[in-house]
Design a protein around this ligand. Structure first.
Ligand code: DP6
Length: 327
């Protein structure tokens, strides 16, 4: 007889204020340094996992399409670990959908693997606490461990599988920070973060960046806890520039910026000089995350869309923890 066990979970992606770049252990995704982020309330992945005794392999549907073999392999490797933890052997059908446009240049692996961790473990009959769920999500995609807890989140790098996980520093209601993502390109990036992490070590600057992380984490954590935008802005921009300096000086080098990326960075710095609470941070792509306070967001969005090369702006406040869908 056909046996099915199923669960659906929802997770938000996150934007890192102190970035993860480089691994101590690439298989387990133990990062070279700790990082700090905010979940993004308006963007989400919704994932259903159904273990089915009649399946002969795992099946994956992403945004209503069958993805390439590499994506299926990555999910199967992840599910193998969940099956091992739960002591089950059934293959699963995984259906995942993002509410943000596919190819909008927003990395979806964080929300996708956070939602997959909860749906896959729940459907397998596991009751994982937040820390265990974060550790599990980390194996799928490093930054996914930060999409498990709520609001403002820190990922302590740790030394091994047990000690490397993320926890909430402050609830979403703590500070009304808005991320206005200026989309300057919808192209799929040529070098993904997995290959990028592996190149970090080839930059002369990576050791200096990693060696200074505790100081930057302390400053950023304090700025968030004190809601001190000026201090926050300085450290967030420095951290983003440090990561991009490592990317640009690795071998082979990685340049993610487009001319419009730099135009937005310059505008943001000018606006801040003129008293607007605003700063930028950029991940492994050309789009610019422009962080501001809720009260200033309408003005910032209107000004961003005027910059040549900016095609649209996606806006989010602080998001919740990963959760089961009740429907
Ligand atoms: C630049 O978590 O996407 O966004 O573990 O290979 O999936 P994988 O890497 P990923 O790397 C994120 C890199 C970053 C910085 C950050 O989010 O901290």
């Amino acid at each position: 007889m056909n046996q099915i066990a199923s669960a659906t979970a929802i997770a938000n992606p996150n934007i890192a204020f102190i970035k993860y770049w480089g691994d101590k252990d690439p298989m387990l995704r133990i990062p070279a340094n700790g990082s700090l982020s905010m979940n993004l309330s308006n963007l989400q992945s919704r994932t259903t996992v159904s273990y089915d005794s009649t399946l002969e392999r795992d099946e994956l549907i992403l945004d209503r399409k069958v993805p390439d073999d590499l994506a299926v392999e990555r999910v199967t490797r992840f599910l193998d670990h969940v099956r091992h933890l739960a002591g089950i052997s059934y293959y699963a059908r995984v259906e995942s959908e993002n509410n943000f446009p596919t190819g909008s240049g927003i990395a979806s692996s964080a929300s996708a693997f956070a939602a997959l961790s909860l749906a896959a473990s729940k459907a397998a009959g596991l009751q994982l606490d937040e820390r265990s769920l974060s550790r599990l999500a980390r194996r799928g995609s490093g930054s996914a461990c930060r999409s498990v807890p709520a609001g403002f989140v820190e990922w302590q790098s740790g030394e091994d599988d047990d000690s490397s996980y993320a926890f909430s520093l402050a609830a979403p209601e703590h500070w009304q920070l808005y991320d206005c993502i200026a989309i300057v390109s919808q192209e799929h990036k040529k070098t993904g973060s997995r290959e990028g992490h592996a190149l970090a070590e080839t930059s002369l600057l990576q050791n200096a960046r990693v060696g200074d992380t505790t100081r930057r984490l302390d400053l950023c954590r304090q700025a968030i806890l004190n809601r001190d935008f000026q201090a926050f802005a300085e450290i967030v921009e420095l951290d983003s520039n440090l990561m991009h300096a490592v990317m640009m000086t690795s071998q082979p080098r990685l340049f993610y910026w487009q001319p419009a990326t730099l135009a937005v960075m310059r505008a943001v710095v000018d606006w801040r000089r003129n008293g607007i609470p605003v700063c930028f941070t950029i991940d492994a792509g050309p789009n610019v995350h422009v962080i501001t306070l809720a009260d200033h967001s309408s003005r910032v969005i209107a000004d961003l869309i005027q910059i040549p090369g900016v095609s649209k702006v996606l806006v989010s406040g602080p998001g919740k923890a990963v959760r089961l869908s009740v429907e």
